[in-house]
Write a protein that binds this ligand. Structure first.
Ligand SMILES: NC(=O)c1ccc[n+]([C@@H]2O[C@H](COP(=O)([O-])OP(=O)(O)OC[C@H]3O[C@@H](n4cnc5c(N)ncnc54)[C@H](O)[C@@H]3O)[C@@H](O)[C@H]2O)c1
Length: 255
């Protein structure tokens, strides 16, 4: 026994080029996993893949838009042919659109729901047959504190992330007991996404205080603090958890 939490497992991470997805891929590699990674950002994805291969991990990649259901299908086929099996999926892809509900167009609505929710469904549909062949698996959907409480300036982000929680519970019910499905709700995390969110406020210092001040732990999380929760849910350490919503938001929703 190696003692590593993901030893011998293959884990698929989408949105793996930056932020929480990159931190998750790095942590999963340290825990002994083979990686199947995808992102729209081909340059960023290749940098992560090179870094992990140099550290000794097995890595396959597909560059593409996760809203295109062919992308996860292609990546699953590649992972199975290279590593033999697929054991875990981290549905991490997500975007924000900086608009009020009043200004949100039908196209904005469709884009938010497609990227933040349909991409997760498409990946689930792609991995489930492979997980059945592997004898089971674990799926982790990255939602947001915005699924639990309202957030300023991001309009449709909150409903799109609430949909991820509904998808998580429905998938848990459909695929239990062999395939577990859980969701993580990160709070404000120091990544490109939170930088873009902050840019939408005139007074960034006041906005930072306002956003993090709603958390009992009043600071931005580091991506690794979210990745460690994701790795726990992907691993067998969480073997009796399914359909759960795990808040990793510094206590934001607990007031
Ligand atoms: N940063 C935060 O404060 C925060 C808070 C709560 C939840 N989250 C969630 O965490 C997840 C990761 O976000 P992050 O903060 O690391 O942001 P990020 O922007 O650094 O990472 C998102 C990654 O997804 C990729 N991506 C976006 N759309 C894509 C698409 N259609 N197809 C393929 N790849 C695509 C991007 O290229 C990027 O690499 C998201 O689901 C986000 O909603 C973030």
């Amino acid at each position: 026994m190696s003692g590593l939490r993901l030893a011998g497992k293959t884990i698929l991470v989408n949105g793996a080029a930056t932020g929480v997805g990159r931190a998750t891929a790095r942590m999963a590699a340290v825990e002994g996993a083979n990686l199947a990674l995808t992102d729209l950002n081909g340059e960023g994805l290749e940098l992560v893949a090179q870094e992990l291969r140099s550290a000794g991990a097995g890595v396959v990649t597909v560059v593409g838009d996760s809203v295109d259901g062919q992308v996860p299908q292609e990546l699953v086929a590649l992972a199975e042919s290279k590593f033999g099996y697929l054991n875990a999926l981290v549905n991490n892809v997500g975007i924000i659109i900086l608009k009020s509900l009043e200004d949100t167009t039908r196209d904005d609505f469709d884009r938010m729901m497609s990227v933040n929710c349909y991409s997760h469904l498409a990946a689930i549909q792609a991995v489930v047959p492979a997980m059945r062949r592997a004898g089971g698996g674990s799926i982790v959907n990255v939602a947001s504190v915005g699924a639990l409480v309202a957030l300023p300036n991001v309009s449709m982000y909150c409903p799109s992330k609430s949909a991820v929680l509904g998808l998580t519970r429905a998938a848990a019910a459909e695929f239990s007991p062999d395939i577990r499905v859980n969701a993580v709700c990160p709070g404000g995390t120091a990544t490109e996404m939170s930088r873009i969110h902050l840019e939408s406020f005139d007074d960034k210092e006041a906005a930072t205080k306002k956003l993090t001040g709603r958390q009992m732990i009043a600071r931005y999380a580091q991506p690794e603090e979210i990745a460690s929760v994701i790795v726990f849910l992907a691993s067998d350490e969480s073997s009796f958890m399914t359909g759960a919503t795990v808040a990793a938001e510094g206590g934001h929703s607990a007031w």
